[in-house]
Design a protein around this ligand. Structure first.
Ligand SMILES: Cc1cc2nc3c(=O)[nH]c(=O)nc-3n(C[C@H](O)[C@H](O)[C@H](O)COP(=O)(O)O)c2cc1C
Length: 386
């Protein structure tokens, strides 16, 4: 495509303007511009060549290991525009069955010194019907092999005891349009949502969803992988229980992690006391800790999608070292711009090739491989920050 050949504009030109605006206004303007300009010649302003590093995870061939995390494009309006930044996959949503406004504004804050955000958006979105119509309109990203994940949640007005009803509606509604579906049970901004990560609640929810997925597989003649997205604020025993429950119900992958409630890393900074989920650099270690524990507890090839605080290629590679197979970014894109996508994809291509080599060697010497993997996971959780 011709727009791919022109040099992209440096994000350094756009960032001061965007950061001069209230965070949600900047976000809305960007989404509106991407939605309007995607698939036009103007896309050259931000399009980047995609790093070719195909990898098969959960039975899907991803063109590379870097994806956009859920929540930036909640309505699936600019899959093609975002995809053109060089992502291998784009996760859109969280969508709820009915449209809802989310929490009162202001509800999105920059913590610039920490390269972080706090949000309490509360699943503001246009609802399932509009979401599916938008996803169906996406063309160029998918035509080029890009993978689209659809992330589902529950309406705020649905009582938590009836949460499964909303997830069932979401699953059935998005199924035919998804390369994979993510069940989001870890947003801190919908009352009691995170309680669904608890042992019995998770067992019941995943049992219901797995049964429905089997029906949908038969109806559609296609088995769509189902991932579950979890929080960073879990102790080791909770992570172990979640890992066992995911395996028991035939879940295809885990997205680790969502935003954190912890404020330890940002104490005293402006906006640090705002209610909501903290993302970006301060969540890097916590999410790596969850990934490493999942890796230790899950079967060897169980897919882990790592998210949380990836601000550089080295951070993305550290997620792989901790045990992730794929990596997502959100807050890093706000601070670094589209250049982060290429940088992370390239770092992941190098790290992924090294890992594949080590795994091949492991078939010759399995005990050394286990020791090496444990060593690299320890390193990933302790790596000093740049
Ligand atoms: C403003 C904002 C909105 C988000 N909305 C969602 C959402 O709707 N669904 C979801 O699963 N995760 C959502 N997230 C979480 C991100 O997908 C990601 O898991 C988290 O921010 C950690 O990654 P990061 O440090 O790269 O941002 C949101 C994050 C931010 C910053």
């Amino acid at each position: 495509m011709s727009f791919m050949r022109l040099p992209a504009l440096p994000y350094g030109l756009a960032r001061p303007f965007l950061f001069g605006l209230d965070a949600e206004t900047a976000h809305d303007l960007t989404i509106a511009a991407l939605a309007r300009l995607q698939n036009t010649p103007a896309m050259c302003a931000w399009a980047r060549e995609r790093v070719a590093d195909a990898v098969t995870v959960a039975g899907i061939t991803f063109p590379n290991r870097i994806g956009l995390a859920a929540g930036l494009d909640k309505n699936g309006q600019c899959i093609d525009g975002l995809g053109a930044m060089g992502f291998g996959f784009i996760e859109v949503g969280t969508v709820t069955p009915k449209a809802q406004p989310g929490n009162p504004k202001p509800r999105l804050f920059r913590l610039r010194e920490a390269e972080a955000l706090i949000n309490r958006l509360g699943f503001n979105n246009d609802g399932l019907a509009a979401f599916v119509a938008n996803v169906q309109r996406a063309t160029s990203f998918r035509a080029g092999g890009g993978i689209v994940g659809l992330n589902i949640g529950k309406n705020a007005a649905t009582p938590i005891e009836r949460a499964a009803d909303d997830y069932l509606l979401g699953l059935a509604g998005v199924y035919a349009h998804a390369d994979y579906v993510t069940v989001n049970i870890s947003s801190p901004n919908t009352k009691n949502l995170r309680a669904l990560q608890g042992d019995e609640a998770l067992d019941a929810l995943l049992g219901t969803l797995a049964a429905r997925r089997d029906e949908l597989t038969a109806e559609a003649g296609r088995r769509v992988p189902m991932f579950v997205k979890i929080a960073p604020d879990l102790d080791l025993a909770q992570i172990d229980l979640i890992a066992a429950t995911l395996v028991r119900h035939g879940i295809d992958g885990v997205v680790a992690t969502n935003t954190t409630l912890s404020r330890d890393a940002v104490k005293g900074l402006p906006h640090a006391d705002e209610t909501g989920g903290l993302s970006g650099r301060p969540v890097f270690e916590a999410s790596n800790r969850v990934i490493a524990r999942l890796r230790a507890r899950l079967p060897a090839r169980f897919p882990i999608i790592g998210a949380g605080g990836v601000m550089s290629g080295a951070d993305a590679a550290a997620k792989l070292a901790a045990g992730a197979d794929l990596v997502q970014v959100y807050t890093g894109l706000i601070y670094r711009g589209p250049a982060l996508v290429h940088e992370a994809a390239q770092a992941l291509a190098v790290a992924g090739a090294a890992r594949a080599k080590a795994e091949a060697a492991a078939e010759v010497n399995p005990s050394k491989a286990i020791a090496d993997r444990a060593k690299s996971a320890r390193k990933a959780t302790r790596a000093p920050r740049a």
